[in-house]
Ligand binder design. Structure first.
Ligand code: ZN
Length: 151
């Protein structure tokens, strides 16, 4: 498990350093802001949803390593997925990161996102890890209001 943990750490550091899909999306059909005032994380999530599929997903903003890596990995994992699949992955990811569910049964479905399972041990970090996801999910539900972890 030690080696696996190191690998996961590496994945998170890599995505923080070189965030994927880190740009504005001009053709976005959905744009939602997410804020986590406790940590200072602030992102804008852009989605292009066409024919019930997440055709494009991108983000901009700033925050801690966990929040940025999470937004980056979310963008790579959800691109090309159907809206229903994206919602499903969000649900599992949320359960695992909050510690509500064990990661083991979901390793395959989560893929690299399983790297965030360790966050469950750090309750303060849960909001960082789920911020971009909450914003994405809210956008898919048709909301355009900013999402905040403190309301
Ligand atoms: Zn944070």
């Amino acid at each position: 498990m030690e080696g696996l943990r190191d690998l996961y750490q590496e994945v998170i550091l890599d995505h923080n350093k070189n965030p994927r899909n880190y740009h504005k999306l001009e053709r976005a059909s959905h744009i939602v802001e997410g804020r986590n005032p406790l940590c200072g994380d602030h992102y804008t999530i852009y989605l292009l949803v066409e024919q019930d599929k997440v055709k494009e997903i991108a983000f901009e903003g700033s925050g801690c390593a966990i929040s940025k890596a999470s937004a980056s990995m979310m963008s790579t994992e959800l691109k090309g997925k159907t809206v229903a699949e994206a919602r499903h992955i969000f649900k599992i990811f949320h359960k695992v990161v909050t510690g509500e569910a064990d990661v083991m049964p979901y390793l395959e479905e989560l893929g690299k996102l399983a790297a965030f399972a360790g966050v469950a041990e750090f309750p303060v970090r849960v909001k960082c890890a789920t911020l971009a996801w909450h914003a994405m999910n809210s956008a898919l539900e048709g909301n355009s209001q900013p999402v905040t972890t403190e309301s």
